[in-house]
Design a protein around this ligand. Structure first.
Ligand code: PLP
Length: 371
């Protein structure tokens, strides 16, 4: 099987698993406990937090451990709303559902929400963000890179606009963190999720700039300095910190991933007719979102799966219903192009041979569907 769905999740790196195992076995304590086991767990959290803060270039107290990118997005957005009580939000129309749906929930509670669309290349224009900001805007979310297209967003410019206007700026770095530098300089909040960068599921980091007005949304004990109640998944956090460190040390790998993705694209465009690339300009080296004339994305996915290639479509399946990608729709692509989109996402375990084999199989699958 060739796994080309690394944007959905990744395999746990062996170094990460080795780092985690002691915290699943002998060092199983609850980090809140007042005895030896608790201290060992608390120390592991401390050093994991320091490791992540060191990479992000922020203070350790500004890093909060949460369960995933979804919880991080919910906490940032709802936490700012809760702390302010009222106000207006500016949200890019291509955000992950964790942010879009949180904003819709807040809108039902009386918060104003403006969704900002990208251009047809998938890029959110900082000028559009600036125009959407009002005197009562309290929060803005534009992700560092989109999960479906891989298009990298101008977060430095957007961050500067938000800072000038006194708006809390949240940058979802879940997709970009595996291959791109992540830096807290331009934003007030950002998220990174462990399982997207060869760490375990169930751990993520939410950076919140010190002094920001943000309330917790999960009430409970005083874990995570009261922002997020609940026993921390120590083994997952240890693995996450190790995975994040490894992703920085292996940064060169993103070049290799880009070469494999480009080889695949070259073969696809030279051997298959009626292919379109969704999202262009500055794109993550891992992603290729393609549409195929005369085909349904779902059929391509199933055809590839039957022939040993794992990919995903731009659509989200919920309760058995397939809804078209809100990202591709926001880019203004035609219905046919949205319905025929497939996301191929490459990772560090892929090889040039994978690219060739996947291109061969895709060609056959598309020919069969079109017949
Ligand atoms: N944000 C982006 C851009 C994502 O791609 C994802 C997951 O696909 C998430 C947030 C949610 O992360 P998690 O799966 O850790 O909840």
């Amino acid at each position: 099987m060739i796994y080309l769905d690394n944007a959905a999740t990744t395999r746990v790196d062996d170094r990460v698993l080795d780092a985690m195992l002691p915290y699943l076995k002998e060092n199983f304590g609850n980090s809140q406990s007042q005895h030896h086991y608790g201290r060992v767990a608390a120390n592991a959290l401390l050093s994991s937090r320091d490791k992540i803060a060191g990479i992000l270039g922020c203070r350790s107290e500004e890093v909060y451990f949460v369960s995933g990118g979804t919880e991080a997005g919910n906490t940032a957005l709802k936490g700012v709303c809760l702390a302010h009580g009222s106000g207006h939000l500016v949200i890019s129309a291509i955000e992950h559902p964790s942010v879009i749906e949180s904003a819709k929930q807040m809108s039902k509670l009386g918060f104003g929400v403006t969704f900002v669309k990208p251009d047809e290349c998938g890029v959110v224009n900082p000028c559009d963000v600036a125009s959407a900001i009002r005197s009562d805007t309290i929060f803005c979310a534009v992700m560092a890179a989109n999960n479906e297209t891989g298009v990298i967003q101008p977060i430095k410019e957007i961050g500067e606009i938000c800072r000038d206007r006194g708006v809390f700026y949240f940058a979802d770095c879940v997709q970009s963190a595996g291959t791109q530098p992540v830096c807290t300089e331009f934003c007030d909040g950002l998220s990174i999720s462990s399982h997207k960068l060869y760490g375990p599921k169930g751990a993520a980091a939410l950076y919140i700039r010190g002094g920001s007005k943000v309330s917790g949304i999960i009430s409970g004990g005083m874990q995570e300095r009261g922002l997020r109640g609940g026993t921390v998944n120590v083994a997952a956090v240890v693995g996450f910190a190790e995975a994040f460190k490894a992703s920085v040390e292996d940064r060169e790998r993103s070049k290799k991933i880009g070469e494999i993705r480009d080889r695949f694209l070259k073969r696809v465009f030279s051997e298959i007719e009626g292919v379109h690339i969704n999202g262009s300009g500055n794109v993550l080296p891992s992603h290729a979102n393609l549409s195929f004339d005369g085909c349904e994305g779902e059929n391509i996915l199933f055809g590839l799966d039957l022939n040993g290639v794992a990919v995903s479509t731009g659509s989200a399946c919920s309760a058995g219903a397939v809804s078209p990608s809100h990202v591709l729709e926001a880019m203004g692509l035609s219905k046919e192009r949205v319905a025929s989109a497939v996301r191929f996402s490459f990772g560090k375990d892929n090889t040039l041979e994978d690219a060739d084999r996947a291109a061969d199989i895709l060609k056959k699958v598309i020919e069969k569907i079109r017949r």
